[in-house]
Design a binder for this molecule. Sequence first.
Ligand SMILES: C[S@@+](CC[C@H](N)C(=O)[O-])C[C@H]1O[C@@H](n2cnc3c(N)ncnc32)[C@H](O)[C@@H]1O
Length: 215
Amino acid sequence: MNEDQQPNLPPMGAQDFSAAQDWPGYFGAVLGKGARETLVAALDSFAREGLAQGFAVDLAAGEGRDTLELLRRGWRVLATDGHPEAFTHLWPRVPEASKPLLTTLEATFAETQVPECDLLNASYAVPFCPPQHYPELWRRTVAAIRPGGRFAGQFFGTRDSWASLPGRTHHSQEEVVRLLAGFEIEMMDEEEMDDTPEVRNPKHWQLFHVVARKL
Ligand SMILES: C[S@@+](CC[C@H](N)C(=O)[O-])C[C@H]1O[C@@H](n2cnc3c(N)ncnc32)[C@H](O)[C@@H]1O
């Protein structure tokens, strides 16, 4: 009997798969969930400014919850991810009429070249970038966003339990603010909480939900 089958343990959830970087398990656990609030907020801001349809890079798009929302709104999307199974979940759910709007790219954070875009969406992506590659990834990210374009996504805090796992990239609030020099911060919602004991592997969460407009 493996650990997942032990009778008294709560079932594996998305966060357990994320902790183990078991991405196929994660994709299965979140399949069909809606777009992230940070993405929706960024798209609504563009729409208010008159940009209803632009070009977005969805970095570490996973099974594609945000990419599907972008396509639904008529945006062109480059969806990147390091795991090939991400796109086997995504493509069959893309409506035929939207397929010409989507390009997918299998690439690690270290390899990913980011083309010029209106929106760089990085939902729950940053913490999984190995720290030695993060400064260059962020440099490329910032360079790719056109003036007036936006960054949307999450940064994980230094007090988050996963900060002690090897290969993770976490930031204090001060560090996030420093990274966003050159942006107007439109959303910076800090969430800090402990899981309830019903969760299989309870953890302390500290994350920042960010939308920022490049100056
Ligand atoms: C927590 S998931 C987030 C997926 C999606 N953006 C979302 O909001 O649900 C993290 C994603 O990062 C990808 N990933 C992890 N390590 C990576 C790496 N080194 N290079 C590129 N992608 C990576 C995984 O395949 C996974 O899709």
